[in-house]
Design a binder for this molecule. Structure first.
Ligand SMILES: *[C@@H]1O[C@H](CO)[C@@H](O)[C@H](O)[C@H]1NC(C)=O
Ligand SMILES: *[C@@H]1O[C@H](CO)[C@@H](O)[C@H](O)[C@H]1NC(C)=O
Ligand SMILES: *[C@@H]1O[C@H](CO)[C@@H](O)[C@H](O)[C@H]1NC(C)=O
Ligand SMILES: *[C@@H]1O[C@H](CO)[C@@H](O)[C@H](O)[C@H]1NC(C)=O
Length: 412
């Protein structure tokens, strides 16, 4: 494939973070090269992406309070660590990916360039989270992923169930407070969760890369049209289904959006995520082979609401009476980002070219943290970076990850 085609495909999957085909009801689908039958030990992320590089890696299963069984990977030590550090307790770090991808996206660049391995080589105990619905998280104590109920959730449930489950699991395993790193949706669920005090006893500090919180300034014509087109259709939609970005209807919907006046789909990657400066075509190729992953349609709806409404609130059922049924109020409750404990050490890194995490929206986020203890908030602005550079940029180590390391080492 030509590089431009690769980029178009990559951007398609990123675009789909914002669009949704409301009447879709796909059955259970499978990952491109793996089955979902629990063969993680053979074909999972550890085997395909970590141990091949000479790192130890453990597959774990974590059960959420609402019955989902999530897979996690742990890289417990440096490559070829040997016994010299035996018995030394390492600081655990939990890494949370964004929407429509899974934990593998962190591992696509070379070991010298990808975040989990850099953290492991610097002496951290690295835990990679995967959210419900993605390739290795399609199990549940009683539901099947072909059932509608399996997909009856939005990012509210990631806040109240997935994140607490993985935090508790890592804390129980390591008996230490945890550093958190989130990218994209992984930042939103972290911010929302910490604002509700969910991880008060297990969280040590948090790094937010390409933060998504407020979304109303998202500056791409395509993104705005996608969110609006979607919201236009929501009023008639109350179904519950898997959202499979690899499905035909998703592509058809994208084509329709590209016909809107003012929408330029010629360079999709730039149109959606902003002008990424520093991607490697080989990495983008791997990205296309492994992503995008399914999520719940309801989750996409919730994200579109966040774009439309300009507030960080719980899922809106679309009618005051439905909202009252779920929340006891006509409007969905708001997540109060200012309620994040003021002494929680926070690192935020954002890009000047990021079209999803627009600078104006990041400034709103920073404003909601304006009473945060000054010496506990570290902010990095990278003029040339766009959304995908933070996970796949070939120079992300020098520019971002070394700052993250420095931030964590300051908390020791
Ligand atoms: C989805 O969950 C809500 C409660 O949050 C419930 O009212 C609704 O009936 C569920 N729908 C399906 C299809 O499971
Ligand atoms: C905590 O860890 C212990 C030992 O590893 C295990 O037996 C126990 O079930 C765990 N508890 C939870 C809640 O995960
Ligand atoms: C891009 O990826 C390929 C394959 O992993 C690698 O050989 C090459 O060195 C990478 N280029 C850069 C600039 O990192
Ligand atoms: C949000 O939290 C802050 C800090 O706890 C508090 O001062 C403020 O009143 C809260 N705002 C709302 C709308 O509850």
């Amino acid at each position: 494939m030509a590089p431009s085609e690769l980029l178009s495909l990559a951007s398609l999957s990123l675009l789909l973070a914002l669009v949704v085909q409301p009447h879709e009801a796909y059955g259970s689908t499978r990952g491109s090269f793996l089955s979902n039958d629990g063969s993680a030990a053979v074909n999972g992320i550890c085997a395909t992406s970590v141990t091949i590089h000479g790192y130890k890696c453990q597959e774990h299963e974590v059960k959420t309070k609402d019955g989902y069984i999530l897979s996690m990977q742990r890289i417990p030590e440096r490559r070829f660590e040997g016994n010299s550090n035996a018995g030394i307790k390492k600081q655990p770090i939990l890494i949370q990916h964004g929407v429509l991808v899974d934990g593998m996206t962190w591992l696509l660049n070379s070991p010298q360039q990808n975040l989990p391995m850099i953290l492991a080589d610097n002496g951290f105990d690295v835990w990679i989270a995967n959210t419900r619905g993605t390739r290795f998280c399609r199990k549940h104590v009683s539901l099947d992923s072909a059932q509608a109920e399996f997909w009856n959730w939005s990012w509210d449930e990631l806040v109240s169930f997935d994140l607490p489950a993985v935090f508790d699991f890592v804390f129980n395993q390591t008996q230490q407070k945890i550093h958190y790193i989130g990218h994209s949706l992984g930042t939103l669920i972290g911010l929302a969760s910490f604002s509700e005090g969910h991880q008060a006893d297990t969280l040590k500090s948090a790094a937010f890369l390409s933060p998504i919180a407020y979304l109303s300034h998202m500056n791409t014509a395509l993104g705005m049209v996608a969110a609006k087109a979607f919201v236009g259709e929501i009023t008639t939609w109350f179904g519950v289904a898997e959202f499979n970005p690899k499905g035909q209807k998703a592509s058809a919907f994208l084509k329709r959006l590209c016909n809107y006046p003012g929408v330029d789909c010629y360079d999709l990657l730039t149109a959606i995520t902003g002008k990424n400066c520093c991607l490697n075509f080989s990495t983008v190729d791997l990205f296309i082979k492994n992503e995008p992953q399914s999520t719940a349609t309801k989750n996409m709806v919730h994200l579109a609401q966040t774009v439309r409404d300009g507030v960080i609130a719980k899922y809106n059922y679309g009618r005051p009476d439905y909202n009252r049924m779920h929340y006891g109020e006509a409007k969905p409750p708001v997540y109060n980002i200012s309620a994040i404990p003021r002494n929680l050490p926070i690192f935020i890194s954002y890009g000047g070219q990021d079209a999803l995490s627009d600078v104006k929206d990041v400034l709103l986020l920073l404003d909601s943290l304006k009473f945060h203890d000054e010496d506990k908030l570290m902010v990095q602005f990278i003029k040339d970076y766009a959304h995908a550079d933070f996970i796949m940029g070939t120079n992300a180590k020098d520019i971002v990850y070394n700052q993250v390391l420095r931030f964590f080492k300051n908390q020791q």
